[in-house]
Design a binder for this molecule. Structure first.
Ligand code: BTN
Length: 261
């Protein structure tokens, strides 16, 4: 795997240290352990199969062989509160990498699901560690449904894979390396401002929520039409009265996606 990855890797600092094991509990768990052990910035942890893959909101990420599972260990000198914005940068890099490797046009469901045909193709889980000096490290964990042909009945209507979309398999090492190439490029833009201001048009062009009815669920539940993200990565939603709200957390469902009709 490392040899194949290096064949496609064009980065200058990201993925110079790659840790690969055939099977892991969770690449995020592994990368966080490395973060505690002061392992170098830009280390990438890769596996073929996870036995305890983690998703957002405490969910599991079922991780059979054939898909991509990897985590980046980053130690950026940015403000702690800005770290979660890296999730949106990752989504952008993922969409770009999938287009470059597989020729597949995807969209982003705010903040960070990569979707195609109304179904989820990738998930991103960002976890930060903070100490007295501020941000200690950030782990960005990525799962891409690459060659999976069948999904469990509970998620079958909401999930897809690159291979199901294309009708042919794709090499995971190529996918991961291209993601790292794209991420390093977008990261260099992000780091100049620590926000999405210079990536706004690219992100909004891929935003599946845009001009569609969305349902926001946090302390309360309300609906509106999403109009895009702002510089800090919040989703702008206009309600029936014309008032625009910026949403920074909570679950946002998009009508027509993942079974929301
Ligand atoms: C989501 O719920 O959408 C996020 C899923 C993130 C899954 C990836 S797979 C590699 C990395 N290791 C984990 O345990 N989770 C992330």
């Amino acid at each position: 795997m490392i040899k194949q990855l290096n064949q496609y890797l064009k980065t200058s600092w990201l993925g110079k240290n790659i840790i690969y094991e055939e099977i892991m509990e969770s690449t995020n768990k592994y990368a966080k352990k490395l973060g505690e052990e002061n392992v170098t910035n830009g280390t990438v942890v890769v596996t073929k199969k996870q036995t305890a893959g983690r998703g957002r909101r405490g969910r599991n990420w079922i991780s059979p062989e054939g898909n991509c599972y990897f985590s980046l260990l980053l130690k950026p000198s940015i403000q702690t509160e800005h770290a979660s914005r890296l999730t949106l940068v990752s989504a952008l890099a993922l969409a770009e990498a999938i287009k470059n490797v597989a020729g597949l046009e995807t969209q982003i469901k705010w903040p960070n699901d990569v979707v195609v045909d109304g179904k989820k193709l990738c998930g991103i889980l960002t976890e930060s560690s903070i100490d007295v000096d501020g941000l200690k490290y950030v782990v960005i964990g990525i799962g891409i449904n690459v060659n999976q042909k069948k999904f469990d009945p509970e998620i079958d209507s909401m999930a897809t894979s690159i291979s199901l979309q294309l009708g042919q398999d794709v090499e995971c090492a190529h996918m991961i390396a291209e993601f790292l190439n794209c991420f390093e490029m977008y990261f260099s833009i992000f780091i100049q401002t620590e926000d999405l201001s210079m990536l706004l048009s690219q992100y909004n062009a891929l935003l599946v929520n845009k001009n569609r009815e969305v349902r926001i669920v946090d302390q309360s539940e309300r609906v509106g039409v999403a109009i895009g993200i702002n510089d800090v990565g919040e989703l702008l939603v206009r309600n029936n009265a014309g008032v625009v709200e910026s949403v920074n957390a909570g679950e946002v469902s998009v009508r027509g996606l993942y079974g929301y009709v």
